[in-house]
Design a binder for this molecule. Structure first.
Ligand code: NA7
Length: 558
């Protein structure tokens, strides 16, 4: 990032109030959007640096992803020892995770504990949405308009630095099903689950989708429901989580927390682990199967696709791992026809997010649970009473299902959705939504040319969702806040990537993706789950370690 302009340093704490036509205008150094894991750490760091900052959050409390995703069975798919803050070492002493993979309520309690301990809520305006943000070249500031949830008047504020800490999976996508508003029974969306919980006892429940949210919630909803129908468009690969108490070997390694964390920061996915030296085709079938079996027993999302070093590169190698998991699905599901429907065949394993489950496949052995294969019988529409499926071309009879409740587990407009839902206008009236219409263009997933002083935490083209988010969030927050501090010290008011640097980074992303199998899947990694969204590899595939080094090099090169 070289294209900086020199101005006077900003004031250290500028909560200057200006009254303008009865409206309230506030100027702060930094506006942060989001009070999740990223937003809270940003606010803590900015406060410690003496930088005036205000955060805005649509929810009525902290937590981000863990505030919204309250569906039954919601858990992190990275072990809790890895998925926690490292910036306050006392937290590891104060907080003991009860499970290897903590549930959403436990993670939310942890986030609340951190917010309480560091008094972070006082700088957050809750129940408030950012409507738009406009860059003003004359003042080198952003003008931001916010809207309170109660429909009160919009408020305007200005800031020098604008940080989107809006999360990668926070904008639920439209289900894109005809009549999705027509159902007159209870409607639930996994990413916007009611705080008071839902009792499905005695109910007929339809679940649409078989991604991670569905795979986590289906076994628990089935425990309560009288009847359950799962509507599956694309089957997913899921591995048993083998949840329980935190793994003793992990707990033991974590006793040297500083070393452990440094290893995580310089690992490929933000979790310390042994890297494979061999390709899958370099060993015989028995050896391979034994290795996959060992990985299957480990219960992490990294074990199986990390068993050999070419599983994301070589289709033949990948096919051996995929077939191993299919054999497991067939052995778990009693009805062979149902088992085949549950077996993924249309994408290489790992190129859609792997899931971790507890009794997912086994749930289809329960008498009151059935599966509808939407590839054979697509959903025609949602009606007032349920769901209608059928080929619609006379190839298969249409069928109707009646429900008391429908659960939409239909996913998110991932990586870019929450960013472009805000109307962001950069230099010369450039709209971010328009700039990214053919796919995101960023420098390091941190900034984008034409939008000075706008930062993104775990933005597209950074490792983000292909890594332990806790590690990647901390790296981005530290990079952004260090950069702001340095610019202030050096008397620079503006930072913006050059077009050339950005083009090179986008090209590097595409080059990396092009040598892997990721481009073969219609996944949310590729933007393929949202109608009309450009097809582009959204996360950086080169790894946390390579990426971190690049960020260090950029700073060292001034
Ligand atoms: P996902 O993984 O995007 O899953 C969404 C599911 O919903 C997936 O099975 C989709 O099928 C299905 N879907 C979406 N739209 C439709 C329509 N119109 N008809 C039928 N089925 C549909 O979201 P999750 O919330 O489960 O998980 C997101 C991430 O959160 C997860 O990867 C973890 O990292 C945490 P498709 O595959 O598109 O055919």
């Amino acid at each position: 990032m070289t294209d900086t302009q020199t101005h006077q340093p900003t004031q250290t704490q500028t909560q200057t109030m200006r009254h303008d036509g009865g409206g309230r205008e506030v100027d702060v150094d930094v506006v942060v959007v989001g009070a999740g894991i990223a937003g809270l750490y940003l606010m803590k760091r900015l406060r410690d640096l003496g930088v005036g900052a205000r955060a805005f959050e649509t929810g009525d409390d902290v937590g981000g992803t863990w505030y919204w995703n309250r569906y039954p069975g919601a858990r992190c798919d990275v072990e809790s020892i890895d998925y926690q803050y490292s910036w306050d070492p006392e937290l590891a002493e104060e907080w003991t995770w009860s499970e290897r993979y903590a549930t959403q309520p436990e993670i939310l309690r942890y986030v609340n504990h951190v917010a309480d301990k560091h008094d972070l809520r006082r700088d957050v305006t809750f129940e408030t949405r950012i409507v738009d943000a406009r860059w003003d070249d004359a003042t080198s500031k952003w003008t931001i308009r916010t809207e309170p949830a109660d429909g009160g008047p919009l408020e305007t504020l200005t800031c020098r630095w604008y940080v989107m800490a809006t999360g990668c999976l926070s904008a639920p996508k439209d289900p894109e099903i005809e009549g999705s508003d027509a159902f007159e029974g209870e409607v639930y969306v996994t990413g916007r689950w009611p705080h008071e919980g839902v009792d499905f006892t005695g109910k007929r429940v339809g679940v649409i989708g078989t991604g991670s949210s569905a795979i986590q919630s289906i076994p628990l909803i089935a425990d309560e429901a009288d009847e359950m129908v799962v509507f599956q468009r694309t089957p997913n690969f899921s591995l048993p989580a083998r949840n329980g108490p935190p793994r003793p070997e992990k707990v033991e390694r974590f006793e040297q927390a500083d070393d452990y964390r440094e290893e995580a920061r310089w690992s490929s996915a933000g979790v310390p682990r042994d890297m494979p030296e061999l390709g899958a085709m370099m060993v015989d079938e028995d050896t391979r199967r034994a290795r996959y079996e060992q990985a299957w027993q480990e219960g992490t999302i990294f074990s199986l696709t990390g068993a050999y070093n070419d599983l994301f590169l070589n289709p033949e190698s990948n096919a051996t791992a995929a077939e191993f998991v299919r054999s497991k699905i067939r052995s778990k599901v009693d009805d062979p026809e149902t088992a085949e429907i549950l077996c993924p065949t249309t994408f290489p394993i790992g190129t859609k997010r792997l899931c971790l489950d507890t009794n997912y496949y086994e749930t289809f052995n329960r008498g009151h649970v059935s599966l509808v294969d939407l590839r054979a019988e697509p959903i025609q529409r949602i009606t007032a009473t349920g769901v209608e499926v059928g080929a619609g071309d006379g190839a298969s009879e249409s069928r109707s299902f009646e429900f008391d409740a429908i659960v939409f587990a239909t996913g998110f407009d991932a990586m870019t959705g929450a960013i472009v839902r805000v109307d962001i206008e950069g230099r010369d009236g450039l709209s971010l939504r328009e700039k990214w219409a053919a796919g995101p263009q960023t420098y390091l997933g941190l900034m984008t040319e034409g939008f000075p002083n706008l930062f993104m935490v775990t933005g597209p083209q950074s490792p983000s969702v292909l890594s332990n988010m806790a590690v990647s969030i901390e790296q981005h927050v530290e990079w952004i806040t260090d950069t702001i501090e340095r610019l202030r010290e050096d008397g620079h008011d503006v930072i913006e990537p050059t077009e050339l640097a950005e083009r090179a980074w986008v090209q590097h992303n595409d080059d990396f993706a092009g040598i892997t199998l990721f481009t073969q899947a219609n996944s949310w990694y590729m933007g393929a789950n949202v109608a009309g969204k450009a097809r582009a590899v959204l996360p950086y595939i080169g790894g946390v370690d390579r990426y971190r080094q690049t960020c260090v090099d950029v700073v060292e090169a001034d």
